[in-house]
Design a protein around this ligand. Sequence first.
Ligand SMILES: C[S@@+](CC[C@H](N)C(=O)[O-])C[C@H]1O[C@@H](n2cnc3c(N)ncnc32)[C@H](O)[C@@H]1O
Length: 220
Amino acid sequence: MIGSETGRHNHPVFARLWSLVSDNATAKRVRWELLDGLSGRVAEVGAGDGRSFVHYPSTVTEVVAVEPEPYLRARATEAALDAPVRVTVIAGAAERLPLPDAAFDAAVASLVLCSVSDQAAALAELRRVLVPGGELRFLEHVVATNKAVRQSQLLLDRTGLWPRLGAGCHLARDTVGAITDAGFELEGVRSAELGLVGRAVPFLIGRARSDGARGPADGA
Ligand SMILES: C[S@@+](CC[C@H](N)C(=O)[O-])C[C@H]1O[C@@H](n2cnc3c(N)ncnc32)[C@H](O)[C@@H]1O
């Protein structure tokens, strides 16, 4: 990113609210599950205030955490000091990661693929930075299967109301579909309860593996 994209990712009110509301015992358990068993070098995109850092297992040798929002990045830099593993926090956006090719054993996306401006670009970048066969761990809220809920989600997205309230967040994304479309092979996914916004909005926690090819799923 930076430069021209900096303003787009500057959300001081959302950033402070997120730091206040997103921590609870249920969410902590899910974050622990999200990172359990990871090893080697990990890229975490949209790391927020870095509250996942304490949950990384000691088998992880290094985390490079990318966060575009200045307030959250500063909090994440502080959180990195208390992390049980080495964490480096850098500025950047998921659609254009400032990271080298094939340098990470795993990537983590936690409540961020709802907010990126281009999911396909972000997922292509995640594949690029992963070693062939590298793992993507994700925790995301997604479009509901219930028709009434789905229609409300679409309305809130299309009117721009929810993206404005949530710093670019979208409710009606089929994120798991986007992950497989991007060339990841799904290895497991289940619904998760985060204790954040009730049960109407479905949250999914899952793992997927990059097939190692460098282009989109259709081989182009
Ligand atoms: C709801 S917060 C989640 C933060 C953190 N991952 C967590 O689980 O608590 C969404 C995060 O995505 C970040 N974000 C938004 N757009 C992004 C983008 N294009 N690339 C990377 N991060 C982005 C925001 O700055 C924010 O930190």
